[in-house]
Write a new protein. Structure first.
Length: 189
């Protein structure tokens, strides 16, 4: 506790929370031994960096994410089956029924491919916005892509790992050039 104002003597965050220096990481550009921080992945946080062990670690999260996406895909298929039965009961005709089935199949296939490609490279925001409706219709394909990617790695892990290694390489190159005391450098008149 600080004597002046009665606040805890922690740098930021909640009391007892490790500071970034104590956790082994720090913000980029704050001195030597520091570097870029990893970007957290949905459902995985930053456990993907070192494949943290434990009951709430990387492996457990991969199993939970795979099971969750597979269950969500199965429930979605049941909902689509009920929608199909509703169309059949409405007796709209064979052409409309076929059109709906083909639409969901094609949109699911396109959503699977788009989601799968999104794990390897950052999607174009304009293209992502234009495909929003298609991805919403083909949500089963996105869930299945998430499931299959989770079997091998956290979805997006390889992309984020490449970006983190590149950022660390650039940071190392930048900080290696800035050795010495800049105030002692000669200035030309």
């Amino acid at each position: 506790m600080s004597d002046e104002n009665g606040t805890p003597d922690t740098s930021t965050g909640s009391p007892g929370a490790p500071t970034s220096q104590a956790a082994g990481t720090s913000a980029a550009g704050t001195g030597s031994g520091t570097g870029p921080l990893p970007e957290p992945l949905r459902f995985f946080g930053t456990t993907w960096v070192d494949h943290d062990p434990g009951p709430r670690g990387y492996a457990a999260r991969r199993v939970a994410a795979a099971a969750g996406s597979l269950v969500a895909a199965a429930v979605s298929c049941v909902v689509l089956r009920l929608a199909y039965q509703g169309i059949a009961i409405a007796d709209l005709g064979g052409f409309v029924t076929l059109l709906v089935v083909v639409m969901f199949a094609v949109c699911s296939a396109l959503a699977f491919r788009h989601t799968w490609d999104g794990f390897a490279k950052r999607p174009d925001p304009d293209r992502q916005a234009s495909l929003r409706g298609l991805l919403a219709i083909g949500f089963v394909g996105s869930l299945l892509a998430y499931f299959f990617r989770t079997l091998t790695e956290a979805p997006g892990e390889s992309l984020h790992r490449r970006e983190l290694e590149e950022a660390r390489r650039r940071h190392t190159a930048r900080t290696a050039r800035r050795t010495g005391n800049p105030s002692k450098k000669r200035r030309s008149n």
